[in-house]
Design a protein. Structure first.
Length: 293
């Protein structure tokens, strides 16, 4: 059985909005309960929230309301994560993260927590067949892998890049199957991981931003090849970020030599206009390629 793809309509918007609002209310309630009860009592409250959301999700699913059931199924996965976090806190297994990176050090309790949430999300997929749950699957697996074999810094960026490339391959495989609606979240994770690694290395200086612009263009190419617009969105953002850098440099006359550096306030308008027409040209070319296939 294939996976249904949610269609953006008034009813689906309201279902998404309502379900996610209930989720936000549940998480807010859990935050309140965590601050007003002891660890064991909070575990019980978190379990109650999990059970209630699970019953609601399965109830909607059995009535054939797959979209509503899927939204609450997604909420159930996050409620399970909150329950495990409460349990781990009671056991004293959650680490105190010191430093700027969550990947610094080896935290068995944290790895076990992330792995359990990952497994819960994977187990929920055949039950609800709801693509949004793949967001939890991809996020937890990426965190688990990066935290397991790296400790922050440059090596974490390398692992993130490799994980992103792995996700890109997995996403391409999913796109060729009846599970294609799941592929969006895999491609999103791939784009974020690869882009994060590149921006970690390249975020200062003209050469770095030129490379960011180049990879932004490559992202757009991947979007055309895979027919996943998420790559084009991130590629355009990378290209625009590089454009903003060079527009700022050229406005201040940073590329000129001499004792006086005149200001060129007209440069940003011209540069962004050129980039805008460049995007239009790419869009026309992508449309023609799609029509010819």
């Amino acid at each position: 059985m294939g996976v249904l793809k949610p269609v953006w309509t008034t009813s689906s918007f309201l279902i998404y909005l309502g379900g996610l609002t209930v989720l936000a209310a549940a998480l807010t309630a859990l935050s309140y309960l965590a601050n007003h009860y002891g660890d064991f009592a909070y575990v019980c409250w978190a379990l109650l929230v999990l059970v209630v959301l699970k019953v609601i999700a399965l109830g909607f699913r059995r009535r054939g309301l797959w979209l509503t059931g899927g939204i609450f199924g997604f909420a159930t996965v996050l409620a399970f994560a909150a329950f495990i976090a409460a349990l781990w806190k009671w056991f004293g297994w959650l680490p105190t993260l010191n430093g700027t990176s969550p990947f610094q050090g080896f935290h068995l309790g944290l790895l076990a927590f992330v792995l359990l949430v990952f497994l819960a999300a994977v187990a929920s997929l055949p039950v609800y067949r709801f693509p949004l749950i793949m967001l939890v699957v991809t996020a937890t697996w990426a965190f688990f892998v990066i935290d397991l074999i790296s400790g922050g810094g440059n090596w974490s960026a390398v692992v993130a890049l490799l994980t992103g490339l792995f996700y890109l391959a997995v996403g391409a495989g999913i796109d060729a199957s009846e599970q294609r609606p799941y592929g969006f979240w895999v491609h999103l994770a791939a784009a974020v991981l690869i882009g994060s690694a590149l921006l970690y290395w390249w975020h200062s200086g003209d050469t770095h931003w030129a490379l960011v612009a180049l990879f932004g263009f490559l992202y757009i190419g991947v979007g055309v090849a895979t027919r996943r617009s998420v790559w084009a969105v991130f590629g355009a953002l990378m290209f625009l970020a590089a454009t903003e850098h060079f527009a700022s440099v050229w406005t201040k006359g940073g590329v000129q030599l001499g004792p006086t550096v005149p200001s060129h306030d007209w440069v940003p308008a011209l540069v962004f206009a050129v980039v805008g027409f460049f995007f239009v040209a790419l869009g026309i070319a992508a449309a023609r390629r799609t029509a010819s296939e």
